[in-house]
Ligand binder design. Structure first.
Ligand SMILES: NC(=O)c1ccc[n+]([C@@H]2O[C@H](COP(=O)([O-])OP(=O)(O)OC[C@H]3O[C@@H](n4cnc5c(N)ncnc54)[C@H](OP(=O)(O)O)[C@@H]3O)[C@@H](O)[C@H]2O)c1
Length: 263
């Protein structure tokens, strides 16, 4: 199936490793030109090289911190200056600080709000008018299964990310008539550095080995394993393409069956 991604321009934020990198790799393999972003140059350069080598795609790497508005401005400007347009925005963010309500302070809440919500708003505001003028666009927001099943140690994710579901619905209603779709991804356990860090913390707290934590978490997943970053990429690639024109305003779980309730 040709998804129609050849020569589309895709900005994938927070993408030097993990889920963001998995998404950028798949989009590039499907023929898109991609912009990747993160805060550290070295890893960003490595990611750019990986994508270019395996797909031959044009890749722009922009160092920018999503929590800093000036950085977001520069990220969009450099992308537009290089490629002229952005057809696809894949908003992914770095992980928020883990912790319960009593463990976190007000600075943590403000930072998480900039990281998980405001940066999505800033990016969308700077990109969507250009999509409207061309009558085509894809807005895809990577969130978490915490929108469906809250995780005790992730109160920031449980709370702040929920607003992305409201943003997705609102954008879908407002921009659907302009050929633009807005959708969200709620991924479960995906094998990345972030999930290893969470497993290490859980192992420390419970006084068991990391291996035991990983086995226990995997037992909760009907498919019996973590997902791979590229498996999230395949879903994003479909949503980003022409064939997904009728999928709008949806929040889609990709979790191996982890979440057991219907809605
Ligand atoms: N892995 C999972 O199982 C899972 C499940 C549900 C939800 N999530 C969420 O999905 C997102 C991606 O997770 P992941 O597992 O792929 O994480 P990861 O492996 O730690 O990768 C995070 C990426 O985000 C970049 N980043 C972090 N903070 C940033 C910032 N302020 N500005 C720009 N880039 C930033 C990192 O690069 P730099 O450090 O160089 O900036 C890196 O490229 C996170 O929000 C995470 O909480 C993950």
């Amino acid at each position: 199936m040709d998804l129609g991604l050849r020569n589309r321009v895709a900005l994938v934020t927070a993408s030097s490793r993990g889920i963001g990198l998995g998404i950028a790799r798949v989009l590039a393999q499907e023929g898109a030109r991609v912009i990747i972003n993160a805060r550290h140059d070295d890893e960003l350069a490595k990611a750019r090289e990986t994508i270019t080598k395996e797909s031959g795609a044009e890749v722009l790497a922009v160092k920018a911190d999503l929590t800093v508005k000036d950085d977001v401005n520069r990220l969009v400007k450099e992308s537009m200056d290089t490629f002229g347009n952005i057809d696809i925005l894949v908003f992914n963010a770095g992980p928020p600080k883990p912790g319960t309500f009593s463990q976190l302070n007000e600075d943590d809440w403000e930072y998480a709000t900039r990281l998980l919500l405001l940066s999505a708003v800033w990016l969308t505001r700077r990109i969507v008018d250009n999509m409207v003028s061309r009558g085509w666009g894809r807005l895809i927001y990577v969130t978490s299964l915490t929108l469906r099943q809250q995780v005790p140690n992730l109160v920031l994710s449980n709370t702040v990310r929920l607003s992305l579901a409201g943003l997705v619905k609102s954008l879908a209603i407002e921009y659907g008539p302009h050929g633009i779709t807005a959708n969200g991804i709620m991924q479960g356990y995906i094998a990345t550095e972030r999930i290893n860090q969470l497993a290490q913390e859980e192992a420390r707290t419970r006084g068991i080995s990391v291996d035991e934590v990983i086995k226990a978490w995997s037992r909760e997943i009907p498919t019996g394993r973590y997902g791979k970053p590229e498996e999230v990429g395949y879903l994003v690639a479909f949503l980003a393409g022409d064939k997904a024109a009728y999928i709008n305003g949806s929040m889609i779980l990709i979790d191996g069956g982890y979440v057991k309730c219907v809605s």
